[in-house]
Design a protein around this ligand. Structure first.
Ligand SMILES: Cc1ncc(C[n+]2csc(CCOP(=O)(O)OP(=O)(O)O)c2C)c(N)n1
Ligand code: SF4
Ligand SMILES: [Mg+2]
Length: 295
């Protein structure tokens, strides 16, 4: 497979609606390379997103896509994987969408451990709605809402990695899209991992975030060393809590953890994907009636 196999822009009548220089472009490019190198055919991958600049990505790739409600990419991603486990399912959206409006889904997806991947374009701002603070905005970040006279953002930023590690997520990583090669390797590991994988990707928003620029990310990140112990939750958490400089790489990894699809028992007796099975309408009606009785 090659990157061009996932290129759709020469076949559609719309343009990419991202600003020139936006970090979303290299994320799109690297995602195409990752799929090509992992030999995942376009028809076997689904990108599921919510709303935002990052969430436009299913429109810009030649893959299956589902673009749903703001903050709601994870539930349909889990449903798609459950109905057809042969698909590679990638939930991909922005920091606001995944950690703000979608925060509750994030928590429960970690606990369920479905075999899906979550790529978060973390630009530390609400890009689409013109630059308000997001859950990951840094203290002091000034916006049209979090104004300079009140000191900009006053609360501490949400730490997705620390949260995911403390809740036992099975794969937790951070990348910076200023480094395409390393980001590609991290994304590949995440997709190969069996279970829920989080990759928080530092992505500059060149229009609305003049604090966390390409230069800022370069100066404020470093890679975890080769001897970082990814099996140790305490080591991983200590690294995730660092905020002098932000570590990049795979922080935490738990292998051989059962997945949501396995735990649900859907495939214990019948290995056919759910979408190929007949719906037992009588059973369904009984279920609906029993639920209605409980209301
Ligand atoms: C329930 C709901 N709340 C708010 C909005 C308005 N809204 C749309 S996109 C967005 C923020 C997007 O920010 P982020 O997820 O970080 O994506 P980015 O544009 O930065 O890539 C907001 C607040 C909405 N569409 N739906
Ligand atoms: S507003 Fe920011 S995140 Fe949105 S396209 Fe422009 S640079 Fe990218
Ligand atoms: Mg954002």
């Amino acid at each position: 497979m090659k990157s061009e196999d996932y290129e759709i822009m020469d076949e559609v009548e719309y343009d990419i609606a991202w600003c020139p220089g936006c970090g979303n472009y290299p994320i799109r490019k690297v995602a195409q390379q990752v799929l090509a190198e992992l030999e995942i055919k376009p028809q076997n991958v689904v990108f599921v997103s919510g709303i935002g600049q990052a969430a436009k990505i299913p429109h810009y790739l030649k893959v299956n896509g589902f673009n749903g409600l703001h903050g709601r990419s994870l539930p349909p991603a889990i449903a798609i994987k459950s109905a057809n486990p042969n698909l590679t399912v990638i939930a991909e959206s922005g920091d606001g969408c995944m950690y703000g409006e979608g925060g509750n889904h994030f928590l429960h997806t970690i606990l369920r451990n479905p075999d899906i991947t979550m790529f978060v374009h973390n630009n530390m701002v609400y890009g689409l709605t013109k630059g308000q603070a997001s859950p990951t905005s840094r203290e002091g970040f000034v916006t049209s809402v979090q104004t300079a006279d009140r000191g900009g953002v006053t609360n501490r930023p949400f730490n997705p990695l620390a949260l995911a590690i403390s809740m036992g997520a099975s794969f937790v990583a951070r990348a910076f899209i200023g480094d395409n090669e390393e980001t590609k390797e991290i994304m590949k590991k995440a997709i190969r991992h069996k279970g829920f994988s989080l990759v928080d990707i530092f992505q500059p928003c060149v229009t609305y975030n003049h604090l966390n620029t390409y230069q800022w990310y370069k100066e404020n990140t470093y890679y975890l060393s080769d001897d970082h112990d990814t099996s140790s939750p305490t080591d991983a958490l200590a690294k995730a809590l660092e905020d002098e400089k932000y570590p990049l790489g795979v922080f935490y990894l738990r292998e051989n953890v059962s997945t949501f699809e396995e735990d649900s028992g859907i495939y214990e007796e019948d290995t056919r994907p759910l979408f190929q099975r007949e719906v037992d309408k009588k059973k369904l009606m009984n279920l609906i009636d029993s639920l209605a009785d409980g209301l």
